[in-house]
Design a protein around this ligand. Structure first.
Ligand SMILES: Cc1ncc(C[n+]2csc(CCOP(=O)(O)OP(=O)(O)O)c2C)c(N)n1
Ligand SMILES: [Mg+2]
Length: 327
């Protein structure tokens, strides 16, 4: 089955709409923390929205996603209701994991968001397992696993990629290369020039592609190709989406290790600003229409916060339910 959608102004607008939604929730959450209204370990996805939006545009609701602690953008793009995320961030029973997962452990099976952990590199073997399950069941699902550049230096990356290639599993390994792993630069920790060229090590069943993840057309086309290839049973793809982290590693990290000029250049190329120009120039939406979309998402976020605050915390008696193991 080939995805029917080709890149078009309508697709561009959809991608941008999702990116705006992500940015509004991201900014909203950061605002809550800054004002002392929410205590949270947050790893903002600021600057990486276009990658997630393109991914969401290429997937079916039934497809699987395994993302990381920096996963807000991926979860929204995969279709998770904002209310479920915000309530989980507030630790309330109406959250995706009944308020017991928190921002780094989000699961929402209804939208295919399978598992999130804070352990770097842990998602890839889970994705390979999900892909294997889909292959055995013949359920036509594709699994996408998102991870950072730093995670490709973890052993689990190799194990997961190798088996996915051996068994030609329907998995897309989507590396969001934001140039930093915490405070370590790409060059300081990674021997290969690109992440994509590492695919070579896994033989002809694995394809490696590197794109500008902040460019919607390149990103969408590469993602669509990788998803189509996986769904057709042709094997996995290692897709490297180059981007930049427009925030500290976590909210509150002042990132003194990032040169000021590099940060200034990245802000000047903020994809939310750049792609807005593309959308307007394509004639598919006006500046006023885009502003109205932003207002609508801001309202939706405020409603989600109200929903969360009006929901109860989990009962103490619930503390050991839904757990895999209790000592
Ligand atoms: C196994 C493991 N080692 C180290 C850490 C500490 N740690 C948390 S995030 C991070 C950086 C990961 O960078 P990258 O994979 O590039 O993802 P990004 O945070 O840039 O999205 C590290 C080293 C961890 N959580 N788990
Ligand atoms: Mg990184």
């Amino acid at each position: 089955m080939t995805s029917p959608k080709a890149y078009s102004p309508e697709v561009l607008l959809n991608i941008y709409r999702t990116a705006l939604k992500i940015r509004s929730v991201d900014s909203g959450v950061r605002g809550l923390i800054r004002s002392g209204n929410l205590m949270l370990a947050m790893h903002p996805p600021t600057g990486q929205e276009i990658i997630a939006a393109c991914m969401g545009e290429c997937l079916e609701q039934t497809d699987y996603l395994v993302t990381i602690y920096r996963g807000l953008h991926d979860q929204i793009a995969k279709g998770m209701p904002v209310k479920k995320i915000v309530a989980e961030y507030h630790g309330r029973v109406t959250g995706a994991c009944k308020g017991k997962g928190g921002p780094m452990h989000i699961t929402h099976r209804e939208s295919g968001v399978m598992v999130t952990t804070g352990v770097v590199g842990s998602g890839m073997p889970i994705a390979t397992g999900l892909g294997w399950a889909s292959q055995l069941k013949g359920d036509n699902r594709v699994t996408v696993t998102c991870f950072g550049d730093g995670a490709t230096n973890i052993g689990a990356f190799h194990e997961a990629m190798n088996l996915a290639a051996v068994w030609k599993l329907p998995v897309v390994f989507l590396c969001q290369n934001n140039q930093y792993a915490e405070c370590t630069t790409y060059e300081d920790a990674t021997a290969s020039k690109t992440i994509a060229e590492r695919a070579l090590a896994y033989g002809e069943n694995m394809v490696g592609v590197s794109v500008d993840g902040n460019d919607p057309e390149s990103m969408f086309n590469a993602m669509r190709k990788a998803v189509d290839r996986a769904r057709a049973g042709k094997g996995p793809t290692l897709l490297e989406a180059k981007t930049f982290r427009l925030s500290g590693h976590y909210f509150g990290d002042p990132s003194p290790y990032i040169p000021k000029e590099q940060m200034a250049e990245a802000f000047a190329n903020d994809p939310i600003v750049k792609v807005r120009e593309q959308v307007i120039n394509s004639g598919i939406a006006t500046a006023d229409e885009l502003d109205a979309i932003v207002t609508q998402f801001e309202k939706e976020f405020e409603e989600a916060v109200e929903f969360a605050k009006n929901s109860p915390f989990p009962e103490l008696s619930e503390v050991t339910t839904d757990m895999y193991g209790v000592a």
